[in-house]
Ligand binder design. Structure first.
Ligand SMILES: *Cc1c(COP(=O)(O)O)cnc(C)c1O
Length: 391
């Protein structure tokens, strides 16, 4: 129905680029409408179901009337205790569940809201690019200004802090970092985090580390938590998600841990905007956080086999690609005759394979394409075969 009023979008919304995955979703619908047998390697959404003990815990929890009421804003203490217990076991990091952990409606929610708590209009935020699109958008929503930190191959896809002007560092209020990294699949060494902490202390910058992929690692090399590094809790927080670790993207639950003043600031924004996470989901998530590592090792093995299939396949075709140590992405260079967008269009057209153009994650991603390891090995082999024929 037509509006009888002039519906004018706010500038902060009008000026946004279309959400990357919404555009890709349209390409997918178009291809499907044409009857293409699509192999979708575009979105980082696990195809493996949530483990059954978590689903069973949910079934029991949903029956309990006490969970049918409003949850607490910061999350049930039992959930935050499970988070602290998981950090202790996995990283040997001690957290106070009462003040150093906060439930989130997925980590995207926390990432999207954190600048509202700390960024004044005109403040600068250091943002990695290519990167998760929510970082720069959340900064814009808070009226802040993004200073892009390009992640380049020659620097192992870590930001080069020496290239940031002193004046910018002085103005910076907050910094986002993300390892294991989406989309480049890079991991960060301890020395990088130490450098981050030195910089944060010197210039008074709140560090927000996004660790969504810390449990999707290969060859038994466990990525570090930022919180494992001395001084991290004094300068920042870490965002975590149950989405990727436990195949729970649809459940919408995550958490933030670390510096209590930063956690309190984010909590204050949230208590004014949302009313927490359905407690039955929190109870099921306690079961998730206590999952036997053997089960998780099985999930990692599934991704590792897919990684090996796709990595070997792409190499065989002559595509330049790094062998990821973590995350479920392959970050490949597009062949010389293409740019990111034309390559994605070409392999969709010629091979029925949907991928994500690197430039969709920010201009420094131009010249790359991201493959997600979210289809079974036999489909992965089929994808490699089709690619071979498309070149
Ligand atoms: C998937 C993802 C998230 C968000 O996950 P949630 O489902 O919102 O918890 C956050 N950061 C990165 C880099 C991701 O890829």
């Amino acid at each position: 129905m037509e509006s009888k009023i002039n519906v004018e979008l706010a500038a902060r919304v009008k000026n946004l680029p279309p959400y990357l995955f919404a555009a890709i979703d349209r390409m997918k619908q178009d291809a499907k409408a044409k009857g293409v047998d699509l192999i979708d390697l575009s979105i980082g959404d696990p195809d493996i179901p949530t483990p059954s003990h978590i689903v069973e815990a949910m079934k029991a929890a949903v029956e309990k009337p006490e969970h049918h009421r409003y949850p607490s804003y910061e999350g049930m203490l039992s959930y935050r205790e499970a988070v602290a217990g998981w950090y202790k076991r996995r990283f040997d990091v001690t957290l106070d569940p009462a003040t150093e952990a906060l439930s989130l409606i997925g980590s995207k929610e926390g990432i999207g809201h954190i600048p509202l708590a700390f960024v004044e209009p005109g403040d600068t935020v250091l943002v990695p690019s290519p990167g998760y699109p929510v970082y720069p958008v959340s900064v814009l929503f808070a009226g802040g200004e993004n200073h892009i930190m390009p992640l380049r191959e020659e620097n192992a896809f870590l930001p080069d802090f020496r290239s940031i002007p002193e004046a910018t560092l002085k103005k910076a209020k907050l910094m986002f970092i993300n390892y294991p990294n989406n989309p480049t699949s890079a991991i960060a060494p301890r020395s990088f985090y130490e450098e981050v902490i030195r910089l944060a202390e010197k210039y008074n910058i709140i560090v927000c580390h996004d660790a969504a992929y810390s449990e999707i690692f290969f060859d038994d090399e466990r990525p570090l938590s930022f919180m494992q590094v001395d001084g991290a809790k004094e300068v920042g927080i870490e965002f975590h998600s149950l989405s990727k670790t436990y195949n729970m993207t649809g459940w919408r639950i995550g958490f933030a841990v670390g510096n209590r003043a930063v956690i309190a600031g984010l909590g204050k924004i949230k208590s004014n905007l949302d009313s927490g996470v359905f407690q039955a989901i929190q109870e099921a998530s306690v079961a998730a956080l206590n999952t036997d590592d053997k089960l998780l090792a099985g999930i990692r093995k599934v991704y590792q086999d897919r990684r090996d299939t796709l990595y070997d396949g792409l190499k065989g075709i002559g595509i330049e690609v790094a062998r990821p140590k973590a995350s479920f992405y392959l970050w490949a260079k597009v062949p010389k005759q293409f740019n990111s967008s034309s390559f994605v269009a070409h392999i969709l057209e010629e091979a029925g394979i949907l991928t994500t153009p690197g430039n969709g994650f920010g201009a420094p991603g131009e010249g790359y394409v991201r493959f997600a390891l979210t289809v079974p090995v036999d489909r992965m082999k089929e994808a490699v075969e089709r690619l071979r024929k498309a070149f």
